[in-house]
Design a protein around this ligand. Structure first.
Ligand SMILES: [Ca+2]
Ligand SMILES: [Ca+2]
Length: 235
């Protein structure tokens, strides 16, 4: 990771009861969550469903539009593929009325105890509601639940920033996450570069969680699992 401190702080947030230990001893067991799903978007081997305008591929910079910033030229992951998921990578999203959704594969959380956190790194530029709705939703087994949506302030990210959500209340066998960029009107929406997304991670703070079935692991998840095992051996 290019920001190991931020990464560690993100993990500390998973286990506040052990916060003091974690601060004193970075790398303590508290920091070792069980990785249930992860993706660096080197490819789409994980099987994301790409709706209108969504792409998975190398990051491509684009120019600002008004107050809204362009897309980044580099991804967040410290690997060479530069892969991200984004709405029209390297350009603005169309301002015609349209729904653009990126939906994850199913992540079985039915047997996962304790706290589950879903996090990702975001570089988002979006017009306001009621013109454009930019959202993050999770499927709770029967309906999509909104965990984030833009409001009435323009979003103008100019750096990769990590966002983390406690999704423990929504654990089920068909858990999924989807990212939305929905133009709600036929006229009046301001153009923007939309979503850039990287390093999606779903993990449990409970180290007793069984490791995912091999068939569920993506290449990125396998890398994360190998890293976790290495950390355990090094501890
Ligand atoms: Ca990446
Ligand atoms: Ca874009």
């Amino acid at each position: 990771m290019r920001n190991p401190i931020g990464r560690r702080l993100g993990r500390i947030a998973l286990c506040p009861a052990k916060l003091f230990t974690a601060v004193v001893l970075l790398g303590a067991p508290c920091l070792e969550g069980a990785v249930l799903f992860s993706d660096t978007f080197a490819n789409n081997n994980a099987g994301w469903t790409l709706g209108n305008n969504w792409q998975i591929g190398p990051a491509v910079a684009s120019s600002p539009t008004g107050a809204r910033n362009g897309d980044p030229g580099t991804d967040h992951t410290a690997t060479g593929d530069n892969g991200i998921a984004g709405t029209v990578i390297g350009g603005n999203v169309s301002i015609v009325r349209e729904s653009s959704l990126l939906t994850s594969p199913m992540i079985n959380l039915s047997a996962v105890p304790g706290t589950v956190t879903m996090s990702f790194w975001r570089w988002l530029n979006s017009d306001i509601q009621p013109y454009v709705r930019s959202s993050v939703e999770v499927f709770d087994g029967s309906t999509w639940v909104t965990v984030f949506e833009n409001g009435t302030h323009t979003i103008t990210d100019s750096a990769w920033t990590q966002f983390s959500y406690d999704v423990s209340a929504y654990k089920n066998a068909d858990f999924r996450v989807r990212f939305g960029y929905v133009v709600l009107v036929n006229h009046g929406a301001l153009p923007a570069s939309g979503w850039n997304l990287d390093d999606v991670l779903v993990e449990s703070a409970d180290t007793a969680v069984p490791e995912p079935a091999a068939g569920l692991l993506t290449g990125a998840a396998l890398s994360a699992l190998a890293l976790r095992r290495w950390r355990r051996r090094a501890a």
